[in-house]
Design a protein around this ligand. Structure first.
Ligand code: ATP
Ligand code: GAR
Ligand code: MG
Length: 393
């Protein structure tokens, strides 16, 4: 394989659909290999746009706008960075000869919770939480009564916990439905109701499919609040049996989705074994920790894999942890403070995403620490993240 310099006629062009903090790191890694990068999102000045060669603001859920841009740019690689994309258009474009990462089908199936859950639980027979789908408050009531409480209600199209709630009593059913309707991103009024899993811990198993075969990273443990991640660490201690089950599940789901790229397989570790939760066909937020733990971060691995380059192995260089900084209100005029104190914590780095606006609960930065053990790394990353704050003017 050979290609010219970025912006020359022989350049290898990567177009990223979604331009958040994860995409920003993907673009940086692609540029390190001399790839021309184009960032796309629904709003201007998104993090990845700030480091790409050029960028576009479009409604990525609009099939015409998406097709028009891709035909204009003719990228060598189309790299979905979020779920909210007109994925049927990606399927068509793939049939027309474009390369969608890892595959257009993987993007389509993971775009909504129903596609991936039915593939995992019904086709592949992987163990998951019990679940039902519902299209109205009435149907949801029946599903909740059938599965029992507590249960978890999620819009079928949402991410980072948006519109997700735990229903603990009959009196809460209507407010859970309303919350899901507000938090879902598409017009679809459909929810998944899941039995509440009493897990000991939950992990992300980063799984890379490349020309060299499938490679697993060390498991990443994480803590979520309101459906969104707060801290993660690597490696997470697991028994031999748990590790075997986790890898079997990850191999089954990633083989079924196919293509080259890095997948984030989310799993619950429970008394009755390892359960599949969901999978991202792209770098995972909890995997930002790999920027300080591995020789190749999850972003470097994704880029290598999708370019068709070899990945002979991944080395964990040190235990490490990440801890997020989240905004507490919606604002346009703000400053991030506390870097002085945060970076005084030994073996610690910070990524400030550069998002143009805050929203309540929006992730704005992350602290990353390495240490001789994960507990010390967690304490350091927490201390650094808690030193940071957002000053709203
Ligand atoms: N059935 C369940 N039982 C118990 N906890 C759950 C269940 N489903 C989800 N959770 C909790 O909520 C978190 C977020 O859920 P999920 O991953 O389905 O949402 P998401 O919006 O897709 O998040 P993201 O986009 O960040 O991956 C999980 O990591 C877990 O902590
Ligand atoms: N759990 C998925 C996830 O973390 N996705 C990351 O968050 C961005 C959206 O952030 P925003 O909502 O703050 O714009 C996405 O673009 C991606 O980088
Ligand atoms: Mg998740």
């Amino acid at each position: 394989m050979s290609y010219g310099s970025p912006l020359s006629s022989g350049a290898r062009k990567m177009l990223l659909l979604g331009s958040g903090e994860l995409g920003k790191e993907v673009i940086i890694e692609a540029q390190r290999l001399g790839v021309e990068t184009i960032a796309v999102d629904r709003y201007a000045d998104a993090p990845a746009m700030q480091v790409a060669h050029r960028s576009y603001v479009i409604d990525m859920l609009n099939p015409e706008q998406l097709r028009e841009l891709i035909l204009r740019e003719k990228p060598d690689l189309i790299v979905p960075e979020i779920e909210a994309i007109a994925t049927n258009t990606l399927v068509e474009l793939e049939q027309e000869g474009f390369k969608v990462v890892p595959t257009a089908r993987a993007a389509r199936l993971t775009m909504d919770r129903e596609g991936i859950r039915r593939l995992a639980a019904e086709t592949l027979r992987l163990p998951t939480a019990s679940y039902r789908f519902a299209d109205s408050l009435e149907e949801m009531k029946d599903a909740v009564m059938e599965l029992g409480m507590p249960c978890v209600i999620k819009p079928i199209m949402s991410s980072s916990g948006k519109g997700q709630s735990v229903c603990g009593s009959e009196a809460e059913i209507a407010s859970c439905w309303n919350y899901a309707m507000e938090g879902g991103r598409a017009k679809k009024k459909r929810v998944i109701v899941e039995g509440f899993v009493q897990f000991h811990s939950e992990i992300t198993l980063l799984t890379v499919r490349s020309v060299s075969g499938t490679v697993f990273c060390e498991p990443i443990g994480h803590v979520q609040k309101d459906g969104d991640y707060i801290e993660s660490w690597q490696p997470h201690p697991m028994s031999e049996q748990q590790r075997r089950q986790a890898e079997e599940i990850a191999l089954a789901i990633t083989d079924a989705l196919g293509g080259y790229g890095l997948y984030g397989v989310e799993l619950f570790l429970t008394e009755r074994g390892v359960l599949f939760s969901e999978v991202s066909p792209r770098p995972h937020d909890t995997g930002m920790v790999t920027m300080v733990t591995q020789d190749l971060s999850e972003f470097a691995l994704h880029v290598r894999a999708i370019l068709g380059l070899p990945i002979p192995g991944v080395r964990l260089l040190s235990p490490g942890a990440s801890h997020t900084l989240k905004a507490t209100r919606d604002h346009k005029d703000f400053r991030i403070t506390g870097l002085q104190q945060a970076l005084a914590v030994p073996a610690t780095q910070v990524r400030v995403f550069g998002k143009p606006e805050t929203r309540k609960g929006r992730r704005m930065a992350v602290a990353l620490s390495s240490a001789s053990d994960t507990e010390s790394a967690r304490a350091a990353a927490r201390e650094a993240a808690e030193s940071l704050s957002i000053q709203y003017n």
